[in-house]
Design a binder for this molecule. Structure first.
Ligand code: ACM
Length: 260
């Protein structure tokens, strides 16, 4: 399969422009599976609940319908981050849409920094979804800092972890090499570039979207400042094999009794 990470520079609050831009980037680069950044349609740096209320959407909202149409037309999958409203509270969510429609939803569990002021912590655990290429799990940005997130997804069978992100700290791109090695899984981190200043809080994002293999190889990595699409041709069945050699199988060798 051809896997793509789409790196954008969202304009805060301009959902239509941000969707159009993502569609343009995807249209110009054919792939089977695209990963878009966290909150790719709204931007990231919310300063009030009111602002979030005006920009958040239900799961099947404006953003979903545009991406679903693209997925149907191109026979592809898209994992994308968006601000979700369930009518009462807000989640920092990511959905997976494919030719068949909505496939799955994840709500970010580990909220970063001021996200804690506006979003509710995810309440769906770490679900894994079936696609024609294999099983896919989703985690969002700061979830990478908690090894349990990716471990849970891979123990549940994920062969690919789609990782919509808005990275602020510098560590994730290199840390994902270890996350992929320790789980023998593919990961696709789609980050954003640029910066956002809102109510005197300025955040800058580090780009470096990447695709990493179960052997910890960086199959593609984008730069720190440009929009663009990173591509890798991958075979998800590789991630089913957790054997390191004839004596070691990564998941069978875990020894729960020794850890706590
Ligand atoms: C982050 O979780 N957006 C840093």
């Amino acid at each position: 399969m051809k896997l793509a990470v789409v790196q954008t520079n969202p304009i805060f609050g301009d959902i239509q422009k941000n969707i159009d831009n993502a569609i343009k980037l995807m249209s110009n680069t054919p792939a089977d599976f695209y990963v878009l950044p966290e909150l790719f349609n709204t931007g990231y740096n919310f300063s009030s609940r009111n602002e979030l209320e005006n920009l958040a959407e239900p799961i099947e909202g404006q953003t979903f319908f545009v991406l679903q149409a693209f997925a149907r037309q191109r026979q592809c999958y898209i994992a994308y981050g968006f601000a979700e409203s369930d009518g009462i509270v807000f989640f920092n969510s990511a959905a997976l849409v494919g030719p068949e429609g909505l496939i799955g939803l994840y709500r970010k569990v580990h909220l970063f920094y001021r996200e804690k002021l506006f979003f509710k912590k995810g309440n769906l655990g770490f679900p894994v979804f079936n696609t024609v290429f294999g099983k896919v799990g989703i985690m969002i940005c700061f979830d990478w800092y908690f090894p349990e997130a990716m471990r849970t997804l891979t123990i549940k069978g994920a062969q690919l972890v789609a990782h919509p992100s808005n990275l602020v700290l510098p560590y994730c791109p290199d840390a994902m090499i270890t996350r992929c090695l320790e789980n023998k899984v593919f990961a696709a981190t789609a980050d954003r570039v640029g910066s956002e200043e809102n109510a005197d809080i300025k955040l800058s994002f580090i780009g470096k979207s990447e695709i990493v293999s179960p052997k910890g190889e960086i199959l593609c990595r984008l730069d720190e400042t440009s929009e663009g699409v990173g591509l890798a041709e991958i075979d998800l069945s590789v991630a089913l094999n957790k054997k390191l050699n004839e004596y070691n199988e990564l998941f069978e060798d875990r020894d729960q009794r020794s850890y706590f």
